[in-house]
Write a new protein. Structure first.
Length: 180
């Protein structure tokens, strides 16, 4: 945890260095009318958060079910402590849990960099909306049952509509600010 905090502090303190490294690619992408670096970053954050949530849920459910089925009652207190410790640490050693977790946390790092370089009032709602949308798509692809499909599809379409309105209004405001 301390190491992750150090990395985030280092990234934050070196944002000017990071911006100077990314500036040429950012200039190329911002010349395109339909895409911006900020929106691509928001999409990446939403994908990393949203796609990993169902995978974390599925991986932790598998680890929990396998550990509860393999546990047997023991008589020794020492054995109970070892069993408890082993069952508490087991999710951290399973690739189905830690790989999605690492990807999810990398999305948080990208989000942190995004917040340092973009409009917070646009970044937070769009990233969270994209995470919900990607979570819905990933859950569907994994075959998880959808309890209320009409409401889910309606919600996903409303999310897309809201994100489209936010992005188009931001682009419109940027175009009005540019001198002719």
């Amino acid at each position: 945890m301390l190491y992750a905090t150090y990395i985030l502090f280092t990234i934050h303190s070196n944002t000017t260095l990071l911006n100077s490294c990314i500036a040429p690619a950012a200039d190329i992408l911002q010349d395109m009318n339909w895409v911006s670096v900020d929106f691509l970053s928001m999409l990446v954050v939403g994908a990393l958060w949203g796609c990993t949530n169902p995978l974390l849920r599925k991986g932790s459910a598998e680890v929990t079910s396998s550990s509860s089925s393999s546990s047997s009652p023991s008589s020794s207190t020492c054995e109970k402590k070892d069993s408890f410790l082993a069952s508490a640490l087991k999710p951290f050693f399973g690739i189905k849990v830690w790989l999605p977790y690492v990807l999810n946390q990398s999305g948080s790092v990208v989000f942190y960099i995004l917040l340092a370089n973009s409009d917070i009032s646009m970044a937070v709602p769009i990233c969270n909306a994209m995470a919900l949308l990607f979570s819905f798509v990933t859950s569907s692809l994994l075959g998880e049952p959808i309890e209320k499909p009409f409401r889910t599809v309606l919600g996903a379409s409303l999310i897309l509509t809201g994100v489209t309105i936010c992005v188009s209004s931001q682009e419109q405001a940027e175009q009005e600010e540019k001198p002719v």
